[in-house]
Design a protein around this ligand. Sequence first.
Ligand code: RB5
Length: 149
Amino acid sequence: MKLHLGSDHGGLALRALLAEVLSAAGHEIVGVAGPTEAGVSVDYPDVAVELCARVLADGPGSCGILICGTGQGMAMSANKIAGIRAAVVSDCFSARMAREHNDANILCLGQRVLGDELAKLIVETFLAAEFEGGRHARRVAKLDAAGGS
Ligand code: RB5
């Protein structure tokens, strides 16, 4: 799975941690969006748009993780883009369901909401889960047909 990571300043530390952990676990991180040093303030919609464009360009099977203070701004921005299904997740059950039922291609996390260990577990769960298809495929097709708002 091609994996992209992005954050604003409010998610920079968690993004750096996840980059390290995911690389060590053998995941291929193909792109990183957002500031590279602390103290640089950016606007989360800019990062979300950049990262989502890369995920869409990579085609099906690629996915992204967007981190800001709460995950909310990133998800709101990402879900404006056709073909993106972004889920703000704070627990492992929702992480699994977001993939299995909603075929989420973007996971949004809040650095100011989650502890590091929970964030790592959520990411692990999200990446390990697979879309179930079947009745969920019909619903996701309707969701995609509705487009970005
Ligand atoms: C930045 O201070 C903060 O507003 C942003 O990271 C995010 O939480 C917005 O949703």
